[in-house]
Design a protein around this ligand. Structure first.
Ligand code: ATP
Ligand code: MG
Length: 257
């Protein structure tokens, strides 16, 4: 067995609740993500997936519950301190700065988390850091490193976002709908990239509506509805679970029995 079976999970969320006044966006949800695995969260629109990621990244306060990285509680730490603990994320929409090149956008991911937070990319003086070169290389962006975001395909732009997140050298990466708006081959490329990063030791938590992509990409799925957990297990187990079929997938998915 690998050490992941005995080591504390890289991310642990316990009985997490996020209420907005009377709206219980997340209401008693949790998971334990071992190092170097890809976990996926499935759930219909409005089921609380993005709110849960916002809670894990400390962008919204918990109404209740606990969050731990490597067994250490962090649910009172400010979001700016999370990169130091090895956590990075991408957002549901592309957020690249159009006036910066690909390389500079990726550099921003490293600078924002560097001690002192010095923005080298704006100063344009220093050579890119080793972490930035490595992020560009791992995501296959070498050929477009000097391009502007507006010159990139949508699939490539999302790849730059992943590179920017990797520039802080995380051990845990959260991705909110990384393949939304992509065509089939772009989706497959992102899925392949995630699996490669997993094999290099990066744990990932993905939110995505494309069930086939989730089954093909994830080691483990967690299904959410109305802010709570409805099923969890292997991808095949979860997509064939009656509550999941009924709550979310319905006609959109039939498991290959
Ligand atoms: N800032 C907020 N204030 C009030 N209600 C909110 C806020 N953010 C989210 N909600 C509500 O919380 C619930 C969960 O929303 P969330 O965005 O987490 O769902 P989701 O699963 O990510 O949906 P989608 O698949 O459409 O992205 C929804 O009912 C939403 O309207
Ligand atoms: Mg969402």
């Amino acid at each position: 067995m690998t050490t992941t079976e005995t080591a504390p999970p890289v991310l642990e969320a316990e009985d997490v609740a996020v209420h907005y006044g009377g709206i219980k966006a997340v209401d008693g949800f949790g998971l334990r993500l071992p190092a170097g695995r890809i976990y996926g969260i499935l759930g219909p629109n409005g089921s609380g997936k993005s709110t849960f990621l916002a809670a894990v990244t400390r962008l919204v306060p918990l109404t209740r519950g606990r969050l731990l990285i490597d067994g250490e509680e962090y649910h009172t730490a400010p979001p700016t301190k999370l990169a130091r603990r090895g956590l990075a994320r991408t957002f549901q929409t592309v957020r690249l700065l159009p006036e910066l090149t690909v390389l500079q956008n990726v550099q921003l991911g490293a600078d924002l988390h560097a001690p002192g937070g010095r923005l080298r990319s704006w100063l344009g003086r220093d050579r890119p850091s080793e972490a930035v070169e490595e992020a560009i290389e791992r995501t296959g962006l070498g050929d477009v490193r000097d391009a502007w975001p507006t010159e990139l395909s949508y699939g490539m732009a999302r790849r730059v976002e992943i590179a920017r997140a990797l520039a802080s050298r995380p051990r845990l990466l959260l991705l909110d709908e990384p393949t939304a708006g992509m065509n089939h081959s772009e989706r497959q490329e992102v899925s392949e990239l995630m699996r490669k990063l997993r094999d290099e030791g990066l744990a990932q938590l993905i939110v995505e509506h494309d069930v086939q992509m989730m089954v093909d990409t994830c080691d483990h799925l967690v299904a959410m509805n109305s802010g709570t957990l409805v099923a969890e297990g292997s991808p095949q187990e979860v997509v064939s679970h009656p509550a999941v079929q009924e709550a979310y997938l319905g006609k959109r998915w039939r498991s290959h029995a």
